[in-house]
Design a binder for this molecule. Sequence first.
Ligand SMILES: [Zn+2]
Ligand SMILES: [Zn+2]
Length: 391
Amino acid sequence: MATETQHRAQSRTPILLSKIEDCQDVVNTAVIIPKEDGVISVSEDRTVRVWLKRDGAQYWPSVHHSMPGPCSCMSFNPETRRLSVGMDSGEVSEFILSEDYNKMAPALSFHAHQGRVTVVLFVLEMEWVLSTGQDKNFTWHCSESGQRLGSYRITSCVSGLQYPFSLRDVTILKLEQDSCSLVTTFKGHTGSVTALCWDPVQRVLFSGSSDHSIIMWDIGGGRGTAIELQGHNEKVQGLCYVPHTRQLISCSSDGGVVIWNMEVTRQETPDWLDSDSCQRCEQPFFWNFKQMWDSKRIGLRQHHCRKCGQAVCGKCSSKRSTIPLMGFEFQVRVCDSCHESISEEDRAPTATFHDSKHNIVHVHFEPTRGWLLTTGPDKVIKLWDMTPVVS
Ligand SMILES: [Zn+2]
Ligand SMILES: [Zn+2]
């Protein structure tokens, strides 16, 4: 019975609804307009376009606006129909879209960075435009006047920004009208952070990285836990959290789309233990010359069991297993005793795996209809119905 349900869950996949293929270059950001059959895109080809579905089938451009240079990022606020576009030149340009999405009026433009704008985010409650750039600055401007309210220098280039958080490693900043202070920095990834999303109910922050992993940081619980999710073979490019189903959608640059069940209780991975000899058979590791000499044995290579963290030799950790509740959806090395302790039930996947069939640059999820948008270096925007897998 369990296997049958599992099989049924795996046979459900996202449904490709539409493809938008008219852009001349990479679409760096695109969003689905809520309650409207429409998409807004900004591209390296210097255009801002609004696409509306016509005749019930294809998406046609209702706005096609040429900018002075490549558009690197954007943020759209549906309540005010305010569109903030970040440019390769360091400029941020703001527009207001008409109610029928057929016109776009310029509102404001300001110079935010010395280099390409990497992330722009409009915060309605504060009337702020937050942005980060290749100049490694994080700035915030007043969205009414365009006046710079403050800036903060970050040690490395920022590629993800999530209000009220900003990052690399994952840097948490506290923003006030004219000041910004560092709250804390989380370190966990071995690569740079490429995507972020926030679950306001559980107060959990998810970060995705070029090291292929995702980390779930417990911010609100105060327990300081960091749970790893390993289900991608390439750089994580986008994360979206679906609060009502408690699912996390993650996308990687190789086109992989993973839907994680975040309702299950997950466990932290153990720290790797240090030892000069195998913690199971006690054979010395190869750098332990004294014990090798004393016992007249050849030193062995050290490995670590992913479940208990013990330092073990290859012979004592010859088996592999998935450990889904520890985030290992792929097979990993485990020691022989841990292998015995993992039951068939423990191995039940907590995620489903899908292929978007294009490399992914950017993703956006629209929760009311359950639609996912993906863009790729192939210049194509794809719209997916996720309701078969997100429900
Ligand atoms: Zn051993
Ligand atoms: Zn073990």
